[in-house]
Structures are given as structure tokens and as C-alpha cells.
Design a protein around this ligand. Structure first.
Ligand code: ADP
Length: 289
């Protein structure tokens, strides 16, 4: 059995997926990116292999993606996160149909990606300049509200009155706005819900630049936040396709690209091999024996 690994080195988290030759996910892991990016990625990769009973030698092809993809020296191939995201979304979206629009929110950026009927990328829009509308914004808000980022969803659904209006278009101003809202007596639940609606509106504005087509799909770490999902669906007026493990789909896409590259190279080797035999065995023009 051959195995393939995809490593997505994001600004906030390193995501690793190992698949078999039938594209089945054998294991996945998410760790913080930290400062020692290569070391952290390498350690997490080896730890995941250990957890699933494999060694580095079992991995036939390793593909890296994400902002830190070039820092991983042991890769067979590096690929842009837009392409890897699209391939991953196409694969996990298959039970629902053809994914045509991807919304991806990461730690420090957000993206809208548009795909054609065959699942090829036709256009994308990215916000990587401003933390508002990204995972970092949610992490900052959670810290200010003294709650865990994983509790943002439950807080959203526990809001009993109107969501607080969070208007700041910049994460730095939003921080003081949140403190101001707390000072005015707003509940943390209403503030969290207000933040989710503010991010949803910004994200939809971005994605509209590439056009919003059905099927509409959402991934990245913040897609684990059901409150944000609800706010996006509310603002869009339609349901989103969310994969079961939305933070690792780009790494999954990278692993699939690796599998396809490996199979392509293998096929090319098989096609070239008989020609080599024919040339060396069938030479009629020289006089040597
Ligand atoms: P990147 O690829 O840029 O590193 P990710 O797609 O890994 O970003 O997303 C990281 C963000 O996901 C974090 O900043 C955090 O806000 C959010 N996140 C991660 N895990 C959870 C969770 N369990 N619940 C809610 N949000 C989460």
C-alpha cells in the first residue's frame, strides 16, 4: 500500500493529512505553527506517522502548501494553497455535487475562490492585509471576552437579545470597541454574535468579487465555529456545505495532488521504459557488436 501526505503550513496552524491510494484519510493532525516552523512541522508529521503506525518510508509522496510551504525541505512538491484548497473542496464536496464557490477563512487571511463545472479555479479574491474578518480577529475577541475560541459558537447561540453592533473595520479598533461594549453593559453572548455578523458581512463582500454560485462551501479553522457558520448562512440566505474536518481540507487537497503526481510519474516511467529497451536492443546503424 502506498501512502501520501499533505502538509498545509498556515500562518496560525500546521495541518497534516495522510491518505492511502484510495484517497481515504488515514490520519490528520493540527498543531500551532509557532516560530520554529520547519521543526514544528517535521515533529508533527513524524508524530502523526507514529500515531497511525507508519514511518517516513511508507510515504511515497509528500506535498506541502500554505504560506510556509517552501520552509519544509523534505517535500516532493510544493503547491499554492488556492489550488490545494480547490482540490480538497472538490473531493470532500462530491457527495453534495460540484462545489462552485469556496469561502475560506484562515488565521490571518480570508478568501473567495470560484470554480468551474469541472472544479478548476477560475478566479479568487483574497484579504491578507487586514486582520478583521480572519481567525486572528476571532482569537483576539475571545481573549478580550475571556472565553476560549472553541466556545464562540455556544456563546453565539446563547445570546438572548439583539446582537451588539460591532462596526470597526480594523482589528485594533474592534478591540477597543469590544471593551467599550462591555463597559456599556452588553452581554458577552450578544457581543460574540455581533462579531460573527460583522465578519460574515465582510466575508460576503469579499466573496462577491468572484461571484457567488451554488454549491457554496466554507472551510478553514473558523468553519469549526457554528456561530460564524450560522451568521454567514443568515446573511447569505442559503445553506453552506461544510466538510466534517474543515481545517484540514487544504492539506487533504495537497495529499491528493501528491497522489496524482506520483501516479502520473509512475505511468510516465512505465511508458518510457519499453522505448529504452527498444533503442538499446534494436540499433542497426552502428558496427560494434
Ligand atoms: P491558517 O491556515 O491561516 O493557519 P486555519 O485555517 O488553521 O488558519 O485557522 C486558524 C483559526 O481557526 C484560528 O485562528 C481560530 O480562530 C480558528 N479555530 C481553530 N480551531 C477552532 C475551533 N475548534 N473552534 C473555533 N475556531 C477555531
Amino acid at each position: 500500500m502506498n501512502y501520501f501526505a499533505g502538509i498545509d503550513i498556515g500562518s496560525t496552524a500546521i495541518k497534516i493529512v495522510v491518505i492511502d491510494q484510495d484517497r481515504q484519510i488515514i490520519g490528520n493532525k493540527v498543531v500551532g505553527t509557532g516560530a520554529l516552523v520547519f521543526k514544528n512541522a517535521q515533529n508533527a508529521f513524524l508524530a502523526l506517522l507514529g500515531e497511525i503506525g507508519l514511518t517516513r518510508q511508507h510515504v511515497s509522496y509528500l506535498t506541502t502548501t500554505g504560506y510556509g510551504r517552501k520552509l519544509f525541505q523534505d517535500a516532493d512538491e510544493t503547491i499554492s494553497e488556492i489550488t490545494a484548497n480547490a482540490i480538497g473542496a472538490r473531493e470532500v464536496g462530491k457527495p453534495f455535487g460540484t462545489i462552485r464557490t469556496i469561502i475560506n477563512i484562515g488565521g490571518q487571511d480570508s478568501k473567495g475562490i470560484s470554480l468551474d463545472e469541472q472544479g478548476n479555479v477560475t478566479n479568487f479574491a483574497m484579504n491578507d492585509r487586514c486582520a478583521a474578518g480572519t481567525g486572528r480577529f476571532l482569537d483576539m475577541a475571545a481573549r478580550n471576552l475571556e472565553i476560549d475560541v472553541t466556545d464562540l459558537g455556544p456563546f453565539h447561540f446563547n445570546a438572548v437579545s439583539t446582537p451588539a453592533a460591532v462596526n470597526a473595520t480594523c482589528a485594533v479598533f474592534a478591540e477597543s470597541e469590544i471593551i467599550g461594549l462591555l463597559g456599556m453593559g452588553h452581554g458577552r453572548e450578544e457581543i460574540v454574535k455581533g462579531i460573527h455578523f460583522s465578519i460574515a458581512k465582510r466575508t460576503i463582500k469579499l466573496v462577491k468579487r468572484v461571484g457567488i454560485e451554488e454549491l457554496l462551501y466554507f472551510d478553514g479553522g473558523p468553519a469549526l465555529n457554528q456561530g460564524l457558520v450560522a451568521a454567514l448562512e443568515d446573511e447569505l440566505g442559503r445553506r453552506l456545505v461544510i466538510p466534517p474536518i474543515p481545517q484540514v481540507t487544504t492539506a487533504f487537497g495537497a495529499a491528493i495532488i501528491g497522489l496524482e503526481s506520483f501516479q502520473f510519474e509512475k505511468q510516465e516511467r512505465q511508458e518510457i521504459a519499453p522505448q529504452v529497451v527498444a533503442v538499446s536492443g534494436g540499433c542497426q546503424s552502428c558496427t560494434c557488436d
